[in-house]
Design a protein around this ligand. Structure first.
Ligand SMILES: C[S@@+](CC[C@H](N)C(=O)[O-])C[C@H]1O[C@@H](n2cnc3c(N)ncnc32)[C@H](O)[C@@H]1O
Length: 371
């Protein structure tokens, strides 16, 4: 993460107007910007793509009180690197926050990063998020042929963003979504403030957390969107705070997200904030040991998931999508940690149909216990 605390002092920005950063926020920024980085690198290499766009609908002031950059400006630095290497592409950064004081600060922070490339466009606005979503929906400058767009919606609570408005954008445009689903706010408020919650769901009422999760997945899996994955963030006392939900039309997008997830969280089932003391104590295990151990657990879960399809013949691609959407394993782990062990155990048969024995990705597999 990038810290500009020293520059802030020189620039005369009033630090007191900036937001304190919570422990989970660090990880949220790392996760989202790692995904955007990997996705932007891949998209920049594609000859059919002309525009790479990141939209932070609720972007904050660009910097936190400790001097760390907000996600939108981390993305600006990523774009800056790529824009130099790919002068034929245009990188668009849309930043919106309804708080005009935050946007005034953002406008003072951006020049401190010295980004001056003619193929980077920064479009700043101060709309309410719901008006902003409506203004984006039919915007042909943003969406359309040859344009890759990531829409990021990151509220402080559950009762602000009107979910049908997000649905409308996804239904009519080709784009990816990263949505901070503030489940703790729903759990706290759905009984005493059900009207506010129901308004955000376009009048739909849900009576449990599980129903709400299903509603959200249904609303976001629309239009071109085919794949989704959510990752939980918890407090130090193990209470769920929020889930970062990700939805994409593109299988490759989900593969890249899983890579970013493993890179930032090392295979942990969820992110949990640590108490001060826990943070100071060194772990008994090295990070590598821990990741290896977690991978074993995730691979076991993935094997079970696959064996639920006993009696079916599945292509590698079908197996991959099942496992990367429904378990923690990432694409690069499937052959060695799931398929090969199951084949050795005789529970899956590789058909070797028109492909060599060593080619796993073009083959199909009979699932089920063989004799
Ligand atoms: C969690 S912070 C965003 C953090 C930022 N996305 C990041 O990753 O660094 C939420 C932001 O939403 C803004 N916000 C709250 N309600 C809003 C609304 N109705 N419309 C637009 N922005 C809003 C707040 O001013 C705040 O800056």
């Amino acid at each position: 993460m990038t810290n500009i605390a020293a520059k802030l002092v020189e620039s005369g920005i009033n630090i007191n107007v900036l937001t304190d950063k919570k422990q989970q926020t660090d990880y949220k920024i790392k996760y989202v910007s790692e995904y955007v980085k990997q996705w932007a690198i891949i998209s920049s290499e594609r000859t059919d793509i002309t525009n790479i766009t990141f939209i932070d609908c609720m972007c904050n002031a660009g910097v936190y009180k400790d001097g760390d950059l907000c996600t939108g400006l981390e993305v600006l630095l990523i774009f800056n690197e790529l824009a130099g290497r790919h002068p034929d592409k245009t990188y668009n950064l849309y930043l919106n926050d309804y708080d005009s004081k935050k946007i005034d600060t953002l406008k003072k922070v951006i020049p401190l990063l010295h980004v001056k490339r003619s193929n980077i466009r920064i479009i700043i606005s101060t709309k309410d998020v719901n008006d902003y979503l409506v203004s984006l929906k039919d915007n042909k400058n943003v969406f359309g042929y040859s344009k890759i767009v990531i829409l990021y919606i990151d509220p402080y609570d559950f009762g602000t963003v009107h979910i049908p408005k997000v649905h409308d954008i996804l239904k009519h445009n080709y784009c990816e979504l990263i949505f901070n689903f503030f489940i703790s706010d729903y759990v706290r408020n759905w009984k005493n403030n059900s009207e506010r919650i129901s308004k955000c769901l376009g009048g739909t009422t849900v009576s449990s957390k599980e129903e709400l999760v299903k509603y959200m997945e249904k609303e976001f899996k629309t239009g071109n969107i085919k794949y989704g994955f959510s990752y939980q963030f918890k407090t130090e006392t193990n209470i769920e705070l929020y889930q970062i939900m990700f939805f994409t039309p593109n299988k490759r997008g989900l593969e890249v997200l899983k890579d970013a997830l493993w890179k930032v969280f090392g295979g942990k089932f969820y992110h949990k904030n640590q108490k001060e003391l826990e943070r100071m104590q060194t772990s008994l295990f090295t990070e590598e040991d821990e990741q290896g151990w977690l991978l074993k657990l995730h691979a076991e879960e993935a094997k079970k998931l696959l064996l639920f399809n006993s009696g079916k013949t599945l292509t590698y691609s079908e197996i991959e999508m099942l496992l990367i959407e429904k378990s923690m394993v990432k694409e690069g782990q499937i052959i060695s940690h799931v398929l090969k062990p199951l084949i050795e155990e005789g529970k899956v048969i590789k058909r070797n149909f028109n492909v060599s024995k060593r080619n796993y990705k073009s083959d199909s597999y009979e699932i089920g216990e063989s004799k």
